[in-house]
Structures are given as structure tokens and as C-alpha cells.
Design a protein around this ligand. Structure first.
Ligand SMILES: [Zn+2]
Length: 422
């Protein structure tokens, strides 16, 4: 079958608007959007997905982790299938588009094909992955990892930040089967896949500043993180302890932060790309006070890059800096538990195909990397040809002001609809 160029008027705008409105409705009286992972917020969103998939007459599947899939059968059901998917959880007081745009894009692609009586050559699976955001449970991509049978069993005993209950308990509440997840049981990973496609709002200002509707992603950054790092010095009287005798934990931390930024700047001058972010900086409230030299400071550190070599270099430098400042200032750093993810390159073939289609459809676009992590990374790391598309958005993401224009979203849907007809 020759792919039919997807026209604007083939797309069901009313369906798209209704779905975004209905997703946002439960939070109408609150600040921002809160769809808690494996909780009532995410459950409501999944129920809306299932209802919509039923109205489009799709085959609905649910796996042991509670991920949902809606299958649009292709002409040859034996051929490897396309997956179009993303997540429906949000951070607390986040926006309506992060994650949801990718799920609604998948449903829109199928609605567009249905409207034109087009059957794709192979199955198209719209996937909704659970718990992508790492604010609820202290790890990312829980649902997509489980969907491919790649979730380590010990992750099931991680506890949710606000409830203190385990992932296994939350999963069971949502109709999941954590014991089966622990054995690697999954539905999607059993299918041969042609590729995984994830549309997502950009979350940064590049497309909006460059006046482009769509970004074709070249790769997803990997990271290393220390969420509970601390520096220990010595508490003392702010006026009584002369400079040579002070072991100020906060000043030591400040030096570390600036040294890391300096290292980052040097990398950028060499043409390398990374991000270095410190946050949650706090002295312990029970001990800190005015006129006390801080004897302890807590902080977190998040470092990302698309290059494994750059990540390794930054981490080695981190340890050198920590060692040096510890000796020079008589303080001790304890970086605490480390977590990390590998960079995930996109499929060059799919990236090129998207560029070609964007030109044919006259969609304004550019190539750009993703600094943020996404479910697509799980698929890329599992060896599935993977491609992300960014849609221009305003006011960033993970905040109530998050915004996206319907016209830009439609450009992404047109591109995906044409892509899956092959
Ligand atoms: Zn997201």
C-alpha cells in the first residue's frame, strides 16, 4: 500500500480537543494537573483511554503491570507491529500535555485512518505506560520497562514518596499482578515490533524560539543522579570561629556546585552537550539557626548527556572535586545512593524518514536531542527501532502553565499517520 499523505481535514479535531479537556477535567478546581502514578489520577486517565479505544472499536489488552494497549489490526497481522505510546501520569501540579499528548496522538492516528477507511499494512498498537515520572516512585519508566519484561523484581518494593506504600501494593490496587511482573510476564514484549514512536511536548524553549512546529529527536540523554547527597562539616558559632578553623558544609557545597559548572562550561566549549543541575539544598531544620556555621547540608545532583563518554568524564571529575574540597576544607561528602540511565539513540532510518515526511508535508521542523528521559528510551535500549517527535510547547513542562497549540499537535499527528502506513 502506498502511504496516503495525511491531510489536515482528515484529522478529527473534535476528538482531540474532547480528550484533552476530559483528561484535565478532574483537576479543574485544583492548581495544575496531578495524575498520580498507580493512584486515582492515573486510573481515571487510563479509564478514559479504554473508553475511547472501545469507541474506536480497537482490541484492548492490559498487562500484569496495568499498562493498557489498544490494537488496530493491520492487513497482515503477522507482520511486526508499530507501537505509538507514552504515559498518562503527571508530576504533582504539572500540566495536561506531558505524556498525554503521545497517547492522544496514537488514538488520533487511528481515528484518522478509520475516517478514511484505511487499513494499515501491519497492526498499530497504542500503548499507555504506567508511572513514567520518577517523582512518585524513585525510578523512571516503570510501566514501559515492565511492558517489555525488563523491570527488576526488587523495584516492586520501592515506596511511593507520598503514601509510603510499595509499588507492588499500588500495582495491585490498580488491578495489576506484581508477582507476575516479578517473573517478567508481559504482553507487548511477546510481539515482534516494527518500531516504537513517541510524540511528546518539547518541554524546553527551542522550538518555540525557532518558530518550528515539530522537533525530530536524534537521541535521549542518559544520566547519573544522586538524590540524597550530603556534605558534613562542623557546626560552630558564626562569629567566634576564625576562617582557618571553619569547616562550613554549605560553603564546601557551594564550591562543589561552582566547580561542576566550570567543568560543564569547558565541555560546552569543546562542543559537547550536557546538563548539570543541583537542587533541594537544605541545612537540617532541627539543627540550623541564625548565627550558626552550617555543619551539614543536603542536596541532589542530576547530570545528563547523550554521550556515555561525557557522562563518564563528568562523574570522574565529580569524584576528584569532592576529594579535593573534602581535604582542603576538612569536610566530608557522602553522595548517597546513585542511579543512572544509559543514553538512548534514535533509529537513524526512522529519523531520516521523519525528516523526509516533514519536508513532503511542509511541516516546519528541526533535529534536536532530548535532555529529558522518556518511555521511548526503554525501547531504544531494548533494541527496538525507536523515534520520538517533539511538538512545540510553551512555558516548559512539569508546571501548571504548560501549554501546546492544537495546530502544532496536528502536524505531529499528520507525520505519524503517514509514517505508520508503511
Ligand atoms: Zn513525559
Amino acid at each position: 500500500m502506498t502511504a496516503v499523505t495525511t491531510r489536515h481535514d482528515a484529522i478529527d479535531l473534535a476528538l482531540i480537543e474532547t480528550l484533552f479537556d476530559r483528561l484535565a477535567a478532574p483537576d479543574a478546581e485544583r492548581i495544575g494537573i496531578t495524575r498520580d502514578a498507580y493512584g486515582p489520577g492515573e486510573q481515571r486517565a487510563h479509564a478514559l483511554f479504554v473508553e475511547t479505544a472501545e469507541s474506536l472499536d480497537l482490541i484492548i489488552e492490559r498487562d500484569a503491570a496495568g499498562n493498557h494497549f489498544a490494537v488496530y489490526p493491520g492487513a497482515d497481522r503477522e507482520r511486526p507491529a508499530w507501537v505509538i505510546g507514552s504515559h498518562l501520569d503527571s508530576v504533582p501540579q504539572g500540566g495536561n500535555f506531558d505524556g498525554a499528548a503521545g497517547v492522544i496522538a496514537g488514538l488520533s492516528v487511528i481515528a484518522t485512518l478509520r475516517r478514511q477507511n484505511l487499513v494499515a499494512p501491519r497492526d498499530i498498537i497504542v500503548a499507555v505506560f504506567r508511572a513514567e515520572e520518577s517523582t512518585w516512585f524513585p525510578t523512571s519508566y516503570l510501566g514501559s520497562r515492565a511492558a517489555l519484561g525488563r523491570l527488576a523484581p526488587e523495584v516492586l518494593s520501592l515506596t511511593r514518596a507520598d503514601t509510603g506504600r510499595t509499588l507492588a501494593e499500588h500495582m495491585r490496587d490498580c488491578g495489576g499482578d506484581p508477582e507476575a511482573v516479578a517473573t517478567g510476564a508481559n504482553w507487548l514484549g511477546q510481539r515482534a515490533l516494527q518500531g516504537m514512536l513517541e510524540l511528546h511536548i518539547e518541554q524546553g524553549p527551542t522550538l518555540d524560539n525557532e518558530a518550528l512546529a515539530v522537533g525530530i529527536v536524534t537521541g535521549i540523554a542518559g544520566s547519573f543522579r544522586y538524590r540524597e547527597a550530603r556534605c558534613f562539616g562542623e557546626w560552630g558559632h558564626s562569629g567566634a570561629v576564625a576562617k582557618p578553623y571553619r569547616h562550613d558544609a554549605l560553603m564546601a557545597f557551594a564550591e562543589l556546585a561552582m566547580a561542576l559548572e566550570h567543568t560543564w562550561e569547558k565541555l560546552e566549549q569543546r562542543g559537547e552537550r550536557a546538563t548539570v543541575t543541583v537542587g533541594q539544598i537544605a541545612t537540617p531544620p532541627a539543627q540550623h539557626a541564625f548565627s550558626k556555621i552550617p555543619g551539614e547540608v543536603g542536596f541532589c545532583l542530576d547530570v545528563r548527556s547523550g554521550s556515555p563518554a561525557v557522562l563518564a568524564e563528568l562523574e570522574a571529575t565529580l569524584h576528584e572535586i569532592v576529594e579535593r574540597i573534602g581535604t582542603e576544607r576538612g569536610v566530608r561528602f557522602d553522595l548517597g545512593p546513585r542511579s543512572a540511565s544509559l543514553p538512548a539513540p534514535m533509529s537513524e532510518t526512522l529519523t531520516q524518514r521523519c525528516q523526509q515526511l516533514a519536508v513532503e508535508h511542509r511541516i516546519s521542523h528541526c533535529l534536536l536531542p532530548s535532555g529529558a528521559g522518556h518511555d521511548a528510551a526503554t525501547f531504544a535500549q531494548a533494541g527496538v527501532p525507536t523515534q520520538m517527535l517533539f511538538v512545540r510547547n510553551q512555558h516548559g513542562s512539569h508546571n501548571p502553565q504548560e501549554a501546546m497549540r492544537l495546530a502544532d499537535f496536528v502536524e505531529g499527528v499528520r507525520l505519524l499517520t503517514t509514517l505508520v502506513q508503511a
